[in-house]
Write a protein that binds this ligand. Structure first.
Ligand code: PLP
Length: 392
């Protein structure tokens, strides 16, 4: 008999009933140290007082009116994001997948309006993840996500990750209108595109006119130690997808774009019933108040350094379990020698949550406000987790 919840997930036998900062309480009372943060969503941990306050205050005033009317908090949030980034305009969604849908539509409409509908091809990369909609799975090009769901949305060309020559060749094709890439791949195994590579892509896009679309759904919102990961390379995209951390746990996403890139998206060309609702925008403003503060980002970088150094130590002590550390800021991966699922399982037994990724990596995506004591505790539990994984 089919389970009452569609069985598309292999769930761990864990059921959390309460969250506090970096800690999750299981129904049986065990306290788990959460280094997954709901897959990089709970940027400020669980039940952050400022977020709870923002949500409660908004809940008492107004939940939803629709985008038929002005939404004050949505306007304030858009202006705030525009102040903080390259963007001239923002559209709010409920998820990263929806942000991907709009980014793809925006790029195609851009070329259509220019009378060059033939430039509908978007270059994407192996190992990428942009969501589970028809456009997003076609963009990732991964057999695992697309098998059985054909016919796939046409107009994507998947390139090998980190192959400069393949990219330099592909970008010259006359049908290419945009490039879609994660500055740091999340699901793909915490693979960082180096700064030179991102700069080279920007330059190539400038040369051909192709739009550079960055998917910062996982690596954005302070995760790498800058508000957005592309800032490390000193470049700016034309379009950027945001979600996960921006709502701190409330479902919210956004597409940010330059005036030029967004020029095709006129009244009636896109919409969302819930996107940019007062509740989500109120929480996102509270998240931004904390995360966009340069002093907070300095702390993220300092803590990331401490965690990374500790992880390098664990790799040295457990060479049969871990072979290396990768990633940026508090978006870190441990490449495993044993199956990464053994490490995830051993973590559960040590009351520790880590998240698997491709390339046999386990991801560490702790709340950005993790304390020094919690980092020390995380390293102690990871040490025990490694010993247990090896014994299993
Ligand atoms: C999670 C993720 C998405 C999809 O976001 P959803 O909110 O699950 O729809 C897209 N891109 C990246 C890089 C992601 O990590």
């Amino acid at each position: 008999m089919i389970p009452s919840i569609l069985p598309t997930y292999n769930r761990a036998p864990l059921n959390f009933v309460k969250g506090e900062g970096c800690w999750l309480v299981e129904r049986d009372g065990r306290r788990f140290l959460d280094l997954g943060a709901g897959i990089a969503v709970n940027a400020l941990g669980h039940a952050h007082p400022a977020l709870v306050r923002a949500l409660n205050e908004q809940a008492g005033a107004l939940w939803h009116t629709s985008n038929l009317y002005h939404v004050d908090k949505q306007q304030v949030l858009a202006d705030r994001l525009i102040d903080l980034t390259f963007a001239d305009t923002a559209f709010f969604t409920n998820s990263g997948t929806e942000a991907c849908e709009l980014a793809v539509k925006m790029a195609r409409k851009y070329w259509h309006e220019k009378g060059q509908s033939d430039r509908m091809t978007i270059l994407t990369f192996e190992g990428s993840f942009h969501g589970r909609s028809s456009a997003a799975i076609a963009a990732s090009g991964s057999e695992k996500m697309t098998a059985g769901f054909g016919p796939l949305l046409p107009g994507f060309r998947t390139l090998p990750f980190g192959d400069h020559e393949a990219f330099a060749e592909a970008i010259k094709a006359p049908d290419v209108g945009a490039v879609l890439i994660e500055p740091v791949q999340g699901e793909g195994g915490i693979r960082t595109l180096n700064d030179a590579c991102l700069k080279g892509m920007r330059a190539a896009c400038d040369e051909t006119g192709a739009l550079l679309i960055l998917d910062e759904v996982q690596c954005g919102m302070g995760r790498t130690g800058k508000l957005f990961a592309h800032e490390w390379a000193g470049i700016e995209p034309d379009i950027m997808m945001v979600a996960k951390g921006i709502g701190g746990g409330f479902p919210l996403g956004a597409v940010l774009a330059t005036e030029d890139a967004a020029s095709g998206m006129t009244a009636g060309t896109h919409g969302s019933t819930y996107g940019g609702n007062p509740l989500g925008c109120a929480v996102a403003l509270a998240v931004l108040d904390v995360v966009a503060d340069p002093a907070f980002l300095d702390e993220v970088n300092r803590k990331a350094g401490a965690l990374r150094q500790g992880l390098e130590g664990l790799v040295a002590i457990h060479p049969d379990v871990f072979t290396g550390v990768r990633g940026e800021g508090l978006m870190l991966g441990l490449k495993c020698k044993c199956p990464n699922s053994d490490v995830v399982q051993a973590g559960y037994a040590e009351d520790l949550l880590v998240v698997p990724a491709a390339e046999n990596v386990v991801r560490l995506l702790p709340p950005l406000n993790i304390t020094d004591e919690e980092i020390s505790e995380a390293l102690v539990r990871l040490d025990r987790t490694a010993s247990r994984a090896l014994a299993s």
